[in-house]
Structures are given as C-alpha cells and as structure tokens.
Design a protein. Structure first.
Length: 260
C-alpha cells in the first residue's frame, strides 16, 4: 500500500480514512483504489475501530472521479478491468461489518459519488457538488453508480442525473435523499465525528448485524429480508452485549459493551 495515497488515523473507536491526492482532486487511479481497499481491509480487522469515516484531503474535493488521465488511453478490456477493480472496492465497503460514513467535503463526481454512495450514509459540506458526469466524457458510471443511485433515490431522479451529467448542490442532494445532512465546511468533520461517536458507543456486533440486514436485505424479496433479519436478531441473543445492554437498562445505568 502506498501510504501517501491514503492517510488513516484511529482514535476513540473511529477510523478516519483520507484519500490523499489533493493535487488531482483525489481522483481515483488504480493505485488509489488499491490503497483505499488495503486501508479499509486493515480497518475492518482492527478491533479498536467500530466505525469508519471516509473523506478527501484538501479544501476542494472529496473525490473528483475516476482518473481521466489514466482512463483516456484504455481499451475495452482495460476499461472493464478498471470498472471491476473499482466495483470490488465498492462492494468491500458495502460488505464491511462496520459502518462507513462519507464526509463529502467538496466535489463528489463520477467514481467519487459512486464511492460515497457505497458508504452507509453521507454528510456533506455546503460547498460540495455532486454528480455523475461520465456521459459528458463519452463513458457511463462504472463503479456501481447506476445501480446504487437508482436504488437510493428511485429511477427517475437517477436517470436525470446520469443522462444529463449535471452537478447538484449539497442542499439539492439532501432534498433528493442522497445526502443525510449538510453543514458549513468547518462543521462537517465535527458533525461526522459526533454521529460516528454515537455509533461507536453502541454494541458493534449489533450495529454490524443491522448493517448486514439492511445492505443484504435490499437485494432480497421483502419476505426473505424479514427472515434474514429475524435470523440475525436471534443470533444476537448469543452475545454478552445483549445481556449487558438489557441488564443495564433494567438497572438504569449505561451499558458497557465488550463486542462479545
Ligand atoms: N481525473 C484526473 N484528473 C483530475 C480529475 C479527474 N477526474 N479531476 C480533476 N483533475 C485534475 C485536473 O486535471 C487538474 O490537474 P492539473 O492541475 O494537472 O491540470 C487538477 O485536478 C485540478 O482540477 P481543475 O484545475 O480542473 O480544478 P477546477 O476547480 O477548475 O475544476 C472540477 C474542478 C469541476 C471538479 C474539474 O476538475 C472537473 O470537471 N473534473 C473532472 C470531473 C469528472 O468528469 N469526473 C468523472 C470522471 S469519470 C469517472 O469518474 C468514471 C468512474 C467510473 C469508472 C468506471 C471504469 C472505467
């Protein structure tokens, strides 16, 4: 892993992964994609980490997309391989047992928005701009954007964004349900850390199973999703955290979860 392409920091149960290529607005080339995935794998197995925040270095961008300078000379097999490589990273984010929160501090375009959409939810800065401009470059979203955006905001608004390639403001993205909340730039990271801290204080086994139920359930029939939810719900009764959480309620004290 090239340590310079991503920065990670772990404190108080929160792992912060910063994509660190600000001179190119954090554009995703193959090496950056590999570095992000390697860093996420390390955070996934780090028992100190209960929740991950993903953000971009610099003042301007979360991620301004796939690296156009790398893609310009690709042939079809290379384009497909690049998309598959990116999708592997996207699917890893979705399958992680820990929530991944996107702190969109500036442009989230193309592959950048697709990466943010793979996260559990997005908080954005007032100055963020979001969009899928791939068609303006003669290509289309290839890191899962057509699938995840249509599932998140419905096919009509997804079609408008994908076919036009237009950017929307953070506020518009919030109205459409892409972004959960919008903050002034200097309040974004404190706000994301605050919600991450609340998540980190909960039993991580319970949070992880709830994430699995939501992410996996979205791709199931409603009945199968209910069945899967009930199975995961039942499994949590095998944990010390379930006993501790309920006993703490009865004793009117704060729970001390051990992630066991
Ligand atoms: N790729 C490579 N370099 C980039 C990218 C990018 N996506 N975005 C910005 N940069 C570079 C610029 O080239 C520039 O570098 P240099 O100083 O060497 O010229 C530097 O970052 C700063 O950018 P600008 O000077 O352009 O900054 P501005 O503030 O003027 O503009 C914008 C900011 C509006 C964000 C502008 O940079 C822009 O439009 N960028 C491209 C946005 C875009 O089209 N993104 C989608 C890319 S395609 C994609 O994401 C597909 C992903 C799925 C892949 C599927 C597999 C193939």
């Amino acid at each position: 892993m090239d340590a310079k392409l991503v920065l990670t920091e772990v404190a108080e149960g929160i792992g912060v992964l910063t994509i660190n290529r600000p001179e190119s607005l954090n554009a995703l080339n193959t090496k950056v994609v590999e570095a992000i995935e390697a860093a996420l794998q390390a955070l996934e197995i780090d028992p100190q980490v209960k929740v991950v925040i993903l953000t971009g270095a610099g003042e301007k961008a979360f991620v301004a997309g796939g690296d156009i300078k790398e893609m310009v000379s690709m042939d079809p097999p290379a384009g497909q391989a690049f998309a598959r490589r990116g999708q592997q990273m996207i699917l890893f984010v979705e399958k992680m047992s820990k929530p991944v929160l996107a702190a969109v501090n500036g442009y989230a375009l193309g592959g950048g928005l697709e990466l943010a959409l793979a996260c559990d939810f997005i908080y954005a800065s007032e100055k963020a701009r979001l969009g899928l401009p791939e068609v303006t470059l003669g290509i289309m979203p290839g890191f899962g954007g057509t699938q995840n955006l249509a599932r998140l905001i419905g096919p009509n608004r997804a079609r408008e964004l994908v076919y036009s390639g237009k950017q929307v403001s953070a506020e518009q993205a919030r109205e459409w349900g892409i972004v959960n909340a919008v903050f002034p730039p200097d309040e974004l990271m404190p706000a994301v850390r605050e919600i991450a801290g609340r998540i980190a204080r909960n039993g991580s086994l319970a949070v992880g199973r709830a994430k699995a139920a939501i992410v996996t359930g979205l791709n199931m029939s409603k009945e199968d999703g209910f069945r899967y939810e009930a199975a995961l719900f039942g499994l949590l009764f095998a944990t010390e955290d379930q006993r501790e959480g309920m006993q703490a309620f009865i004793e009117k004290r704060a729970a001390g979860f051990k992630d066991k």
